[in-house]
Ligand binder design. Structure first.
Ligand code: HEC
Length: 160
């Protein structure tokens, strides 16, 4: 028979153990605990307001399509250089936006704006993550595959 494991740890709440010579102590422990718990909850709430509430975690749900060979190569470049901000599968993180977003479709952000973002960085203008630093470590020859990777994911998710 499955026995409920609930309350196993809270011995104070099980006064039915008649072997115990010491009666449960009066309310002081529980009220101290309640106060401490209240403080922890209050601190967590303040912390959330200061650190959590202000920043933006723009992670979105992304369908990952079967990638072309070019896009597979681009994925490796992305995962070495961009994933820390733009997130797994380009779905965003707490440091950068998802590029799988209608805002970044080719008619609004053509490939040239990706090249420019990589070479010159991006001044914060559309999100609240701060600016994107230039990524000079990316070889020019690797950029087309990198863009192909992002475009294929955009396309699979109905961005264009
Ligand atoms: C340190 C974090 C960081 C890294 C690393 C990073 N980005 Fe960004 N990127 C951002 C942020 C933040 C923005 C959004 C700026 C805004 O619009 O407010 C952005 C915006 C962009 C844009 C939109 C450009 C535009 O004109 O609005 C593109 C494209 C882009 N990133 C591509 C990349 C690629 C490709 C890589 C990897 C080579 C990369 N990023 C690496 C943080 C990063």
């Amino acid at each position: 028979m499955p026995v409920s494991k609930k309350r196993k740890k809270s011995e104070n709440r099980q006064p039915d153990n008649s072997n115990s010579p010491t009666p449960p102590k009066p309310g002081i422990h529980r009220s101290t605990f309640t106060t401490m718990a209240g403080i922890v909850v209050a601190l967590a709430a303040v912390g959330w307001l200061i650190f959590g509430g202000g920043s933006q975690d723009a992670t979105i749900k992304v369908i990952v399509p079967e990638l072309s060979a070019k896009a597979e190569k681009g994925r490796l470049t992305f995962e070495q250089n961009c994933i820390k901000c733009h997130g797994r599968n380009v779905a965003g993180s707490d440091k950068g936006p998802p590029l799988v977003d209608p805002f970044y479709k080719p008619s609004h952000h053509p490939d040239a704006s990706f090249v420019s973002a990589i070479n010159l960085g991006v001044r914060q203008h559309h999100w609240k993550f701060g600016s994107m630093p230039p990524q000079p470590q990316i070889k020019a020859a690797d950029i087309p595959d990198l863009i192909t990777y992002i475009r294929e994911i955009q396309q699979a998710n109905g961005v264009f």
